[in-house]
Ligand binder design. Structure first.
Ligand code: IMP
Ligand code: MG
Length: 199
């Protein structure tokens, strides 16, 4: 991590380096290629957090597959998801019957968003539906949520992380690693947002 980068200066700890992320996507890509051999596979990326992970993961998958995107917004505030999600952008594919869906997510936190999404997609009768998440924070799982990821890049402690697609107030998605933001940066950004809302 260089010292003269404006974004990197806001990070207090790197949780997953570029090299570690590369070996994670390699491992998951190999496993997925093996598990889905001979099957019709559609990778479903949940926008926007999973785009970087999706881009790397799909290039480590060596069997034929299709990709599609969904965008959902959860009702509730930024730190507490209620689990009721609104579909902002649905899949383009409507030939889900007979397909094996693999939902590609950035992070499993309370698990509410994915539970809801999985329910919606299950009603469309795919052959199978599984979840591949880059990060899992099992300590944060809501008590009433039973969802379990089928593929996990890394299990992490209960901290707010950014980078490699993950954001804080839409910033930091373009960092090439996963890290924890300094408290002072969180405060600064929150203040900037407040100022903007005043105008
Ligand atoms: P859940 O419904 O609580 O599991 O919410 C999952 C979503 O919240 C993820 O897809 C992220 O968009 C966001 N999220 C949860 N934890 C973090 C974090 O540590 N950093 C950035 N985004 C997070
Ligand atoms: Mg997300």
């Amino acid at each position: 991590m260089g010292n003269n980068n404006i974004l990197e200066n806001d990070i207090k700890e790197v949780l997953l380096s570029e090299e570690e992320l590369d070996s994670i996507t390699t491992r998951l890509g190999q496993q997925i290629s093996k598990d889905y051999e001979g099957k019709k596979l559609i990778l479903v990326s949940v926008l926007k957090g999973s785009v970087v992970f999706m881009g790397d993961l799909m290039r480590k998958i060596t069997i034929p597959c299709c990709i599609d995107f969904m965008s959902v917004s959860s009702y509730g505030n930024s730190t507490h998801s209620t689990g009721v999600v609104k579909i902002i952008k649905d899949l383009d594919t409507n030939v889900i019957e007979g397909s094996n869906l693999l939902i590609v997510e950035d992070i499993l936190d309370s698990g509410r968003t994915l539970s809801y999404l999985k329910d919606i997609l299950e009603r469309r009768r795919p052959e199978s539906i599984r979840i591949c998440t880059l990060l899992d924070k099992p300590d944060r799982r809501a008590k009433d949520v039973t969802i379990k990821p089928d593929y996990v890049g890394s299990t992490i402690p209960d901290a707010f992380v950014v980078g490699y697609g993950l954001d804080f107030a839409e910033f930091y998605r373009n960092l090439p690693f996963v890290g924890i933001v300094k408290d002072e940066a969180v405060k600064r950004i929150k203040k900037e947002i407040e100022e903007l809302e005043k105008d």
